[in-house]
Design a protein around this ligand. Structure first.
Ligand SMILES: Cc1cc2nc3c(=O)[nH]c(=O)nc-3n(C[C@H](O)[C@H](O)[C@H](O)COP(=O)(O)O)c2cc1C
Length: 169
């Protein structure tokens, strides 16, 4: 699958095959893809928490109102922002940087045969706080990504909208 195909075929997956453990090497490839993303001044203001414990994964359902897919997910990857790593003129861009890292991870997961669903955390204060407390972290929980082998095949969709494009010629 090349990038053109992956971008157009990607869908959020909310039902996964149960009882599957994702090999450590595949998780590492996804994290590597995330950390290859562009970032403001190359500050790479992120860190990741990989959650493989099944009880902990299911607890996420209680702290996020739209995260029922964690019932069947094999793993969850928490993407956190580190604004402290982004000083001076580079500061403030960390949410964009974390977004780029998250999307890289989603596309890489797809190429490895996995499905994902991006669950938003930042900038909703209550979700950010609950996740910080749950994992005892000081970085800023940005998104939590559900990961697993898909047990559904939502069709690819096309959203290209010429009206949203403005050309200056
Ligand atoms: C910032 C962000 C937050 C999202 N939060 C959730 C969420 O909490 N729960 C969920 O099921 N999907 C969530 N999604 C996935 C979107 O619902 C999904 O990407 C959108 O409906 C388009 O569908 P597709 O990903 O299948 O193309 C989120 C996506 C983004 C980018």
């Amino acid at each position: 699958m090349n990038i053109t195909e992956a971008i157009r075929a990607r869908r959020s997956i909310r039902r996964y095959k149960e009882g599957i453990r994702i090999p450590h090497k595949d998780i590492t490839i996804m994290l590597e893809a995330a950390m290859m993303a562009p970032s403001s001044g190359n500050t790479r203001p992120w860190e990741f928490v990989v959650i493989e414990n099944q009880d902990t994964i299911k607890e996420l359902i209680d702290i996020h109102p739209y995260a029922r897919m964690f019932r069947t997910a094999s793993a969850a990857i928490l993407v956190c922002g580190r604004p402290d790593l982004q000083p001076g003129v580079y500061g403030g861009f960390w949410p964009q940087d974390c977004g780029a890292a998250t999307e890289n991870m989603l596309l890489q997961a797809m190429d490895l045969g996995y499905g994902t669903c991006w669950c938003g955390l930042y900038p909703l204060e209550d979700r950010v706080k609950k996740v910080q407390e749950m994992f005892q972290i000081h970085s800023i929980p940005y998104a939590i990504v559900a990961l697993g082998v898909p047990d559904q095949e939502p069709e690819a969709r096309g959203f290209f909208d010429e009206e949203r494009v403005h050309y200056i010629k």
